[in-house]
Unconditional design. Structure first.
Length: 185
């Protein structure tokens, strides 16, 4: 049975190293458990597939009308073909073509320091720089995409972008996966 932990980010920020993301032993324990679980999933995927995508999804209040993309200036997607990062069937390509405003724009290769959201600890730790099989992207969603009235549409656009990326770049790998590892469609 899987455990779901809810914790306030002010006590345990999983998107920072434990020494900067926690202020007490109890918070450090939650942080470490979260990263241990995430690492176990990354290990399972990298053992069974030639490549995968990891999305670290957050909300941001800097600009309600945009989604900030964070890849540590491409370090967390380094080694993947450009078409898988920005191509028309890529996750980012489909998000942009569905009307979601990405910053930086999909065609831009680097996140400028001024955007504030260049990718945090999770994508740094589990992305291509440290895990060559993992394309890791942080998405910081503005409030226009997270309102009750738009949330279903946002979720649908994200799901379609993930599906497009999967079928364009990852589906052929499914045939090579062990039978005990199932992917839902």
């Amino acid at each position: 049975m899987k455990k779901i932990r809810k914790f306030a980010r002010k006590y345990a920020d999983a998107n920072r190293p434990v020494e900067y993301g926690t202020e007490c032993d109890a918070a450090a324990k939650v942080h470490q458990e979260y990263h241990k679980t995430l690492k176990s999933y990354v290990d399972k995927v990298t053992k069974n597939f030639p490549q995968a995508i990891l999305l670290d999804i957050h909300g941001q209040g800097s600009d309600k009308a945009v989604v900030y993309r964070g890849t540590q200036n491409r370090n967390t997607v380094n080694g993947f073909p450009e078409v898988q990062i920005t191509g028309p069937n890529s996750l980012l390509g489909k998000l942009e073509s569905s009307g979601i405003k990405l910053v930086p724009e999909n065609k831009d290769s680097e996140e400028k320091e001024s955007t504030k959201f260049t990718g945090g600890y999770i994508v740094q730790t589990f992305g291509a720089k440290n895990q060559p099989k993992i394309m890791a992207i942080q998405l910081e969603w503005g409030s226009n995409y997270r309102q009750t009235s738009t949330l279903d549409e946002t979720a649908d656009k994200l799901a379609k972008a993930i599906e497009s990326h999967y079928f364009a770049y990852l589906a052929q790998q499914r045939l090579q996966a062990p039978h005990h590892f199932h992917l839902a469609r």
